[in-house]
Design a binder for this molecule. Structure first.
Ligand code: EPU
Length: 296
């Protein structure tokens, strides 16, 4: 028989989150759970719901800024093998939420499956990429999804169609749900050509983005018909510093931690940018990164 409180063994208290984010910024999570499988994850979700604790999933930590005071409630990481499974049948890929996206992209290209190649060089877990509908100028992940299995906030499991997942530019209807796994239907292509395209996309990205830096990718969404990077650059912000945070010299829509940056430094710099872009160009920039406040 399953022990009702066994899930407690996968939970740690006051676990620092900075090491799990690419920014390397932020305080501890009250509780950090690493469930061993979907059943244990459902127990964790139900326990958090019963205790009215906020719950969030931390993927590869490439799109979040954790507040200096840390995060209240439960943070979940899908790191066990049960959450990394990938299987391919023809042009259908079934993969679990904790799968590493760059590895998945590479693997699909190698076996002659296209589509995901547009996401070459995007650091993420599959679950994080789905929730954010990660994408580049070459396309977004949502369009390849046939179905997704999710846990609802009450711990119940449900299969969603692509339409029900409501993918839009850098967002989806998955915010309060946890993706468990999904099926992607990919166009068939030539493996050598796909691998060449993958390398070319990565090279182009490396030429324009501070890939090795401690950052969270693009800070703001692109406003309709324009690019946040262009607007921030035109406002004269490249290289601007606030404490340990700096607007990248390479791409103005990236804020990097040049050492010792706090969440406060990053937000202060980002808010300076928003104010300046609004005053200069009349455009309100929307955050693309997720800012995890303590109080939320
Ligand atoms: N630009 C500038 N100055 C800069 C940066 C950009 O003038 O400092 C100009 C560029 O010259 C170009 C335009 O802004 O004319 C757009 O720049 P870029 O081609 O670099 O693409 P982006 O729109 O800034 C988007 C995604 C990136 C993705 C790239 C490449 C968003 C918010 N960003 O950037 O995604 O890697 O296209 O496909 O949609 C991310 O989501 O975190 C991310 C990095």
């Amino acid at each position: 028989m399953r022990c009702a409180s066994a899930w407690k063994r996968c939970v740690r208290r006051a676990e620092p989150l900075a090491p799990y984010t690419n920014f390397r910024i932020g305080g501890p999570a009250d509780l950090l759970a690493r469930p061993r499988d979907a059943a244990q994850l459902a127990d964790v979700v139900r326990a958090a719901a019963d205790a009215e604790l906020p719950l969030r999933v931390l993927g590869a930590g490439n799109n979040v800024l954790v507040s200096d005071a840390g995060v209240r409630g439960m943070i979940v990481q899908l790191t066990s093998n049960a959450f990394r499974r990938v299987s391919i049948d023809g042009n259908r890929v079934r993969a679990a939420a904790g799968a590493n996206l760059p590895r998945l992209v590479h693997h699909c290209c190698r076996v002659g499956l296209g589509g995901l190649v547009g996401l070459a060089g995007v650091p993420a877990t599959l679950g994080g990429a789905l929730r954010m509908n990660a994408g580049t100028q070459h396309g977004e992940i949502g369009r390849f999804v046939t179905w997704l299995d999710v846990l609802e906030p009450d711990g119940s499991r449900r299969r969603l169609s692509r339409a029900a997942a409501a993918f839009r530019y850098r967002q989806s209807g998955l915010d309060r749900r946890i993706v468990l796994e999904c099926e992607l239907e990919l166009p068939i292509g030539d493996a050598d050509e796909l691998l060449r395209t993958m390398r070319a996309i990565k090279r182009a990205k490396a030429a324009h983005q501070p890939l090795a830096a401690r950052c969270a990718g693009c800070i703001f969404k692109n406003p309709p018909g324009d690019a946040a990077g262009r607007l921030i650059d035109a406002a004269g912000f490249k290289g601007r510093v606030r404490g340990g945070a700096q607007v990248s010299e390479r791409h103005a829509n990236f804020i990097v931690n040049r050492g010792g940056a706090t969440s406060r430094d990053v937000v202060a710099l980002a808010e300076d940018i928003r104010r300046a872009v609004f005053e200069r160009q009349g455009i309100v920039l929307e955050y693309e990164i997720q800012i995890w406040e303590r109080a939320a």
